[in-house]
Write a protein that binds this ligand. Structure first.
Ligand SMILES: [Zn+2]
Length: 121
């Protein structure tokens, strides 16, 4: 009888160890994800700073306006066929050389063919 009780306690002990191990794994993943988020936030902050510096440099040197920037941003946004305020890359086939390009580009990287907006719709 005592043997059965001991066997039962060992199963409980194994279950607790398995739960503890799973929880340690979850915590480890959470720490890793928090680290990645922090790294991404730092990179986004750096990119935003450089983007702002570039814009202010171009605006002053080339006499550009906020409207110029907005117009171009809208045009680039529409390259993937979706006006969502984001630069979403999709694969597009060049109508001239038939090679695959990234929709972020206004022209084919291989042959220089300018892409028509309909191509991305
Ligand atoms: Zn091409």
């Amino acid at each position: 009888m005592a043997g059965l009780w001991m066997a039962g306690m060992m199963n409980v002990s194994d279950d607790i160890a398995a739960v503890r191990e799973a929880r340690v794994g979850q915590i480890s993943q959470e720490i890793e994800l928090q680290s990645k988020v922090k790294d991404l936030e730092e990179r986004i902050g750096r990119l935003a700073l450089l983007n702002q510096a570039l814009w202010e440099l171009l605006k002053s040197r080339l006499s550009l306006t906020e409207a110029d920037l907005e117009t171009l941003a809208r045009d680039i946004d529409l390259r993937d066929g979706i006006a969502d305020g984001r630069l979403t890359a999709i694969a597009v086939t060049c109508p001239t050389c038939k090679r695959i390009n990234n929709s972020r580009h206004a022209k084919c990287l291989y042959c220089g063919q300018l892409f028509e907006k309909e191509m991305f719709a």
